[in-house]
Unconditional design. Structure first.
Length: 90
């Protein structure tokens, strides 16, 4: 478990698995930095990475044809939907 001050001076408690905490403490020691600075650096990287992550672009699906069938050209959405689901469900 690690406790470190937040920007506002408050402390936050989080549960970290023992193996990860042990590795983090060892890395911080080897690099002459505090566990707090290591955790803050890691969180900052994850936040930046996820904030910048763009959703994949989606290509529209286009079908060749002549549009709606004649029986649906002047139909309302409800009429079209009812025809699609006719005989399926209630």
């Amino acid at each position: 478990m690690a406790v470190w001050p937040s920007i506002s001076g408050m402390k936050t408690t989080i549960d970290i698995s023992d193996p990860i905490l042990t590795q983090a403490k060892q890395l911080a020691h080897e690099q002459h930095q505090t566990l707090r600075s290591l955790v803050e650096e890691g969180l900052a990287k994850v936040i930046e990475e996820r904030a910048c992550k763009k959703l994949p672009s989606v290509s529209p699906v286009v079908f060749s044809g002549k549009g709606l069938s004649p029986e649906f050209r002047d139909a309302t959405w409800q009429e079209t939907r009812n025809a699609v689901y006719k005989g399926h469900g209630t």
